[in-house]
Design a protein around this ligand. Sequence first.
Ligand SMILES: [Cu+2]
Length: 134
Amino acid sequence: MRTLGLLLAGLLMMAAIATTQTTPRTIEILADKDSQYKVGGKASPTITLKAGEQVKLVITARKAKNMNRDGSVHGFALLRKNGAKVANWNLLLHEGVQEFVLQAPNEVGEYHVVCTVICSSGHEDMNMTVMVTD
Ligand SMILES: [Cu+2]
């Protein structure tokens, strides 16, 4: 009986470890109607990712003044210091909630997110910072 208990505890622990390894960290971002990215209510936020980490971005988009012909209301493009886009991190956002599972860049450093849809007169200031750390 005692062995069975230990066995069960061991199995539960293994299941818990497996879950933490396969579930990417979730980051909630708002692409708001005032042409600002927000995290936890803070505008133009900074988020920190571990190099190569898998993350799940849950992005809520709200339409500003204008949208693209394809219906996207904001964009979300991750740029390196030199302005080059990071592969797979060039997202178009439709109104509502969308989820993206993405891998953080392997290169440590400061990155910027910019909006790629001319969403309003405030579009040029729609940005946020991503710090990629070891
Ligand atoms: Cu925009």
